[in-house]
Design a protein around this ligand. Structure first.
Ligand code: PEP
Ligand code: MG
Length: 894
């Protein structure tokens, strides 16, 4: 293969091979924009190096040939003594990994050529400063010398001279600093700073390859779910200098405002400086607009280029540029990052400008951004006192009283207080406290820390790693140091704090929370067509309309009551994919269930069932009414029975106490016996789902009767109920056949009694590996399948869905075993393979088999694409995630 591409040879489609930076430099070169000439070493070369520990044999020669060409073009040679060509060597992976990998500038300088550079530039100070920077960067990133040593030495020379800034050092100072730096390199590495320019370049290239596997880079990839085997490209680019005087400079620019999407001139410029000075924030930049007065010619050219880029990329671009003595150079461009709100606005603006079509607009936004826009947020107009900032770990706006331990969090929340749990870091012991809290704040740990992972799993607001805040759990205090330049500030237990999980900001006191305008829109309280509708709402409205027009997957809701069903409908649900009837057995009805479980005579059991029947029927009628005209999948009872009985320990204590008082309570005794009888070591693998229906006579038929009668009554009331009855946890077709036969009898009875054809369908969940593996057989008795990917993931991996996220998942995420929990995003290779095969086998038996999914994955963006690909008919998810699922279903189809 070819390992090196000149900038003139590549293009923007080759990101995988040339990295984002290289592909875009090539694209700009071919657009005729002023890019300093250079070449890109491919990610393939990097992969060979990483796999084998040595550069591919052909690489040296290819680099040599491209270097020759570059030297001919520039009319000077790399490191040439009297007039050196200098190059930068920069990493550039397919996905941007800001600051994670290495860059070395000014390659080609040596003791000899530094003199030549000084002569050519007519600026001795500049030459020595460039050489100083080379040794420092090269020493640190290529030779692995501790960067602090250079920094200290630089500080020392300023101290000795009695100055504070680098610019106050003159040529002579920098020249002796170069000697110092060379000394550091010799001492630390046992050899001198390499004087051969080609050797410098080769070593720098290798260092960039190596930086792909640096600790920081690996951690970043895991967190951002970037595959580890992509490798990085390396860009070798002739140097241009922004630090050659007042007619030079460097800057960054956006073609539109990345926060709002507004078109205009956005960016910063720094006169007489190199790129790293801007990034490091060493000196104050000026607004890009000021460049117009400083250097009108370059400014005009830049504006022209920005327009070219926008029309060419058809998107917001960000840009790095340098002006060298009045000549503008483009150093980088890419499609720029933007806020969620800007993404929606820009997508619709570009449609209006005729640059992209609606299908493309859908690719410019995503479900995660939409979800972000749906969280309530702090009222930014309100006065808020920010006291610190951490990592935005799990979005949302949470307000509550500061508490410093789990116990207090639980106690206070039970008495109706809203609390924020503040810990240095959390561990599994904090779980109950995290559940009780409105939000979680930690001073340590990153995006994959325990607090962050667990909070995201729970959908709880979390800010973690707020290192400027000191947590003292003993004194129950949070100390913010030097906030806003004031002294330190103390938050005691009980003081109110507000945390913003979308920005990482922490405030003292209560910051008012406002509902998201996007939710207000979905709720129908704000109309996109209204005169004063904000631009964001209009953009969301339009994007949702595009998506609904193209998507093939239907979107249903997981909802068990009329209120959730109505909201789901407002959010665009096309039915209910999962009504968990166990939720209807809680509260006061628990006692009836208890009676059912305890009944040892048939009569007792029948009484209990008869008492439950009208209650269930009432629930279903409400649900069918809320979803009138749309399908409602009602699942028969699923959870283990002991969930309806009292806790074994509490009950044992109660019984023992009563015994000791000789105060026999017959009922408690019977209860305790039942609890013992039903106690299971692995309840998730125990007596639940269809197994309950087969073991407890009359339970499922009561539920089926309630569904059928409710449907009949809705029909009588001129409604249009569309009930589907779903049997959970089936592992073999025989289970399904038995339940189906019984159910059909009941339905026939109700139909006969009411004289209505109820058109009920009967189907099953596929949530056990055996069900998936025998889907072809199961389809013989099922009108539909709904994949229960929660239990399927649990049983395929052998992971307890209730425990793992809080126990070893953090370690798994840290080790990169998976980038995201398989309970959150479908595991395509394992669980997904079963789903895919079951779809095929089920349809082979019954071509009109209706197929859906109702596990949590139904609302997860990535997973929705998978379900689209394998050909499901619908996904079902919690009401709040419906817009996200609609959008992703559209994106998958567009
Ligand atoms: C599932 O297992 O995916 C499912 C939807 O059922 P539940 O979560 O109620 O077990
Ligand atoms: Mg399940």
């Amino acid at each position: 293969p070819k390992f090196v591409y000149a900038f003139t040879e590549g293009n923007k489609e080759l990101k995988g091979l040339l990295g984002g930076k290289g592909a875009n430099l090539a694209e700009m070169t071919n657009l005729g924009l002023p890019v300093p000439p250079g070449f890109t070493i491919t990610t393939e070369a990097c992969k060979v190096y990483l796999d084998s520990g040595a550069e591919p044999v052909a690489l040296r020669e290819e680099v040599g040939a491209h270097l020759d060409a570059l030297e001919r073009r520039m009319g000077k040679q790399l490191g040439q003594a009297d007039d050196p060509l200098l190059v930068s060597v920069r990493s550039g992976a397919k996905f941007s990994m800001p600051g994670m990998m290495d860059t070395v500038l000014n390659i080609g300088l040596s003791d000899e050529s530094v003199v030549g550079l000084a002569g050519q530039a007519g600026d001795e100070r500049f030459a020595w400063d460039s050489y100083r920077r080379l040794i420092q960067m090269f020493g640190k990133t290529v030779l692995g010398v501790d960067g602090e040593l250079f920094e200290e030495s630089l500080e020392e020379s300023k101290r000795a001279k009695g100055v504070v800034t680098d610019v106050e050092l003159d040529a002579a100072d920098l020249r002796s600093l170069v000697e110092e730096f060379k000394g550091i390199v010799s001492r630390e590495t046992g050899r001198g700073f390499p004087q051969d320019a080609r050797e410098q370049m080769d070593l720098a290239i290798r260092a960039v390859f190596d930086s792909w596997n640096g600790d920081r880079a690996k951690l970043y990839r895991r967190q951002e779910r970037i595959p580890h085997d992509l490798g990085t490209a390396v860009n070798v680019c002739s140097m241009v200098f922004g630090n050659l005087g007042p007619d030079s400079g460097t800057g960054v620019a956006f073609t539109r405002d990345p926060a709002s999407g507004q078109q205009g001139v956005y960016g910063d410029y720094l006169q007489n400086a190199q790129g790293e000075d801007v990034v490091a924030g060493i000196r104050n930049t000026v607004a890009l607009a000021e460049l117009e007065t400083l250097d009108k010619k370059s400014y005009d050219e830049l504006m022209q280029i920005m327009e070219t880029l926008e029309t060419h990329y058809k998107d917001l671009c960000d840009i790095e540029f340098t002006i060298e003595r009045g000549k503008l150079w483009m150093l980088q461009t890419r499609v720029g990052k933007r806020t969620a709100a800007a993404a929606f606005r820009i997508a619709t603006q570009l449609v209006d400008q005729g640059l992209i079509d609606e299908a493309e607009a859908l690719q410019r936004v995503n479900g995660a951004q939409l979800a972000q826009l749906m969280f309530p947020r702090f009222d930014l107009d309100a006065e808020a006192e920010q006291i610190g900032r951490g990592i935005a770990a799990s979005p949302g706006a949470a307000v509550g009283k500061a508490v410093f331990d789990s116990y207090t969090a639980i106690k206070w929340s039970r008495s109706g207080e809203k609390v924020i749990l503040i810990r240095r870091e959390t561990n599994p012991d904090d779980l109950d406290g995290m559940i009780a809290a409105e939000g979680i704040l930690t001073s340590r740990g990153g995006k994959t820390s325990h607090a962050a992972v667990v909070a995201r799993g729970m959908g709880k607001t979390c800010v973690c790693g707020a290192e400027d805040l000191e947590v003292d759990t003993k004194r129950r205090q949070l100390t913010a140091h030097g906030a806003d330049g004031r002294g330190s500030l103390v938050i005691d237990e009980g003081d109110v704090v507000s945390i913003d999980g979308s920005t990482g900001k922490v405030y003292r006191g209560e910051v008012p929370v406002v509902p998201s305008p996007v939710v207000e829109f979905f709720e129908g309280r704000v109309h996109a067509g209204a005169e004063d509708a904000d631009e964001l709402v209009q953009a969301v409205h339009r994007i949702m309309a595009y998506s609904d027009r193209v998507r093939r997957l239907r979107v249903r809701a997981n909802a068990d009551n009329a209120e959730d069903a109505s909201r789901a409908r407002r959010f665009g649900a096309q039915g209910i994919g999962l009504c968990r009837t166990e939720h209807m057995f809680l509260g006061e009805r628990r006692e009836l269930v208890e009676r059912l479980i305890l009944a040892d005579a048939e009569r007792e059991r029948e009484e209990a069932l008869a008492a439950l029947l009208p209650l269930q029927k009432g629930d279903f009628k409400e649900l069918f009414e809320a979803m009138d005209g749309l399908p409602v999948t009602v699942r028969l009872l699923d959870p283990p029975l002991h969930e309806f009985l009292p806790d074994i320990t509490e009950l044992s204590v109660r019984v023992a106490l009563a015994e000791s008082r000789k105060d026999h309570n017959e009922n408690d005794l019977r209860l305790l016996q039942a609890v013992h009888r039903l106690h299971e070591q692995n309840p998730m693998l125990g007596l639940r789902g269809v197994r309950l229906g087969l073991v407890i006579p009359g339970l499922f038929t009561m539920q089926v009767r309630a569904i059928a009668e409710a449907a009949a009554e809705r029909r009588a009331a001129k409604g249009d109920p569309r009930a589907e009855i779903m049997i959970p946890l089936v592992g073999t077709v025989q289970e399904l056949e038995i339940v189906r036969d019984e159910a059909e009898k009941v339905i026939a009875e109700v139909e006969e009694a009411t004289g209505v054809d109820l058109k009920l369908t009967l189907g099953t969940m596929i949530e056990l590996p055996r069900a998936a593996l025998t889907a072809g057989q199961i389809a013989e008795s099922a009108d539909f399948f709904s994949f229960g990917t929660n239990d399927l993931t649990q049983t395929v991996w052998g992971f307890s869905r209730d425990d793992v996220e809080a126990s070893f998942f953090t370690a798994y995420l840290e080790k990169g075993i998976f980038g995201v929990s398989p309970f959150e995003t479908i595991d395509r290779d394992g669980v997904g393979k079963l789903v895919k095969d079951a779809v095929a086998d089920g349809r082979a038996t019954r071509p009109d088999l209706k197929l859906g999914v109702c596990g949590e994955h139904g609302g997860d963006p990535e997973s929705v694409h998978f379900f689209h690909e394998v050909g499901l008919d619908y996904v079902s998810c919690s009401p709040f995630r419906i817009p996200v699922a609609r959008l992703e279903a559209g994106r998958a189809a567009a």
